[in-house]
Design a protein around this ligand. Structure first.
Ligand code: 1GP
Length: 237
C-alpha cells in the first residue's frame, strides 16, 4: 500500500529530496486559499503540513477539505496539541518533544490524543521532535515550556536523535522554531543525518532557496518552509 511514510522512505532510498509547505491555520484565512493554492501547485513542494503552536481558529477542517480538493499533495497534520486533530487530513506527525523534559509534550498529550486518533483513518507517523536553540525564544519553546538543545552541543543533539530512533520513532525532526532567527546549523544536520537511518526532517528559520538547498545537501530528507512562504507567496518563483 502506498502510504505517506513509505513514500518518504522510498524518496530517501533514491536520494530524492522532499519539501513541505507549512500552513498555520491561525495565520491564513479561507479567502486567501484561492491565491495560495495556485502558488503551492506551482511550487516544488511534495507535502503540506498543517499546524501551529497554538491554533485558535476553527477553520481547520474546511482548510484541509479545500486543500485536498485543489492540491494533489498529501496533507499531514503537524499539531501543537491534541485539539489540532482533523480526520480530514491524510496523516499526522505524532510528535514527542524528546529534546525537552516536559512530560506533557513527551507523553501526556499523546495519551490524550491516542483514543481520538484510533477513531480516524489518519496515517500515524511517530516522530521524535528536537528543538534546537536558534538565537531567540521561539513559540515552541514558550508554549512547550522546554529548553532547546544547545546548537553547539552536537554530541547531545546526535545522542537525542539516536535515542529517538532507538525508541522506535519513524522520523526525526530537527526544529529551530517557526520564524527562528537562525536555522538549524548545517554541521548539526550533517552529524544527525550521518548517525541515524530513519528519515530526517529539518525546519525553522529557513529564509531562502539556498537555505533549503544547504539543508538538503547536509542530509535533510525533507525540509519545511512556513514563515518565508507566508511572508512572500512568490517565494518559490
Ligand atoms: C516550524 O519548522 C517549521 O515548525 C517551519 O518554520 O516558519 O520558520 O519556516 P518556519
Amino acid at each position: 500500500m502506498k502510504t505517506i511514510y513509505s513514500e518518504i522512505l522510498k524518496a530517501k532510498e533514491k536520494g530524492s529530496k522532499l519539501l513541505a509547505i507549512l500552513l498555520d491555520p491561525d495565520k491564513i484565512t479561507l479567502a486567501l486559499l484561492s491565491v495560495l493554492i495556485p502558488k503551492i501547485n506551482q511550487s516544488p513542494a511534495t507535502h503540506l503540513f498543517i499546524g501551529g503552536s497554538l491554533v485558535t481558529s476553527n477553520i481547520l477542517d474546511e482548510l484541509i477539505i479545500t486543500l485536498k480538493r485543489d492540491c494533489a499533495l498529501p496533507v499531514v497534520l503537524f499539531p501543537g496539541n491534541p485539539s489540532q486533530i482533523s480526520d480530514k487530513a491524510d496523516g499526522i506527525l505524532f510528535l514527542s518533544l524528546i529534546s525537552g523534559r516536559n512530560p506533557d509534550y513527551l507523553i501526556a498529550h499523546q495519551v490524550q490524543a491516542a483514543p481520538i486518533l484510533k477513531r480516524t483513518q489518519l496515517e500515524i507517523i511517530s516522530t521524535g521532535y528536537l528543538l534546537i536553540e536558534s538565537g531567540t525564544q521561539t513559540a515552541v519553546e514558550r508554549v512547550s515550556k522546554t529548553k532547546p538543545l544547545d546548537r553547539s552541543n552536537i554530541d547531545l543533539v546526535v545522542a537525542t536523535a539516536l535515542a529517538g530512533e532507538m525508541l522506535g520513532h519513524q522520523l526525526i525532526y530537527l526544529e529551530a522554531g517557526s520564524g527562528a532567527k537562525q536555522a538549524v546549523p548545517i554541521n548539526v544536520i550533517t552529524a544527525v543525518a550521518q548517525n541515524i537511518k530513519i528519515p530526517l526532517i529539518v525546519g525553522g528559520g529557513i529564509k531562502d532557496l539556498q537555505g533549503i538547498q544547504l539543508a538538503h545537501d547536509a542530509g535533510a530528507d525533507l525540509v519545511v518552509i512556513g514563515t518565508a512562504f507566508e511572508n512572500d507567496i512568490n517565494f518559490f518563483n
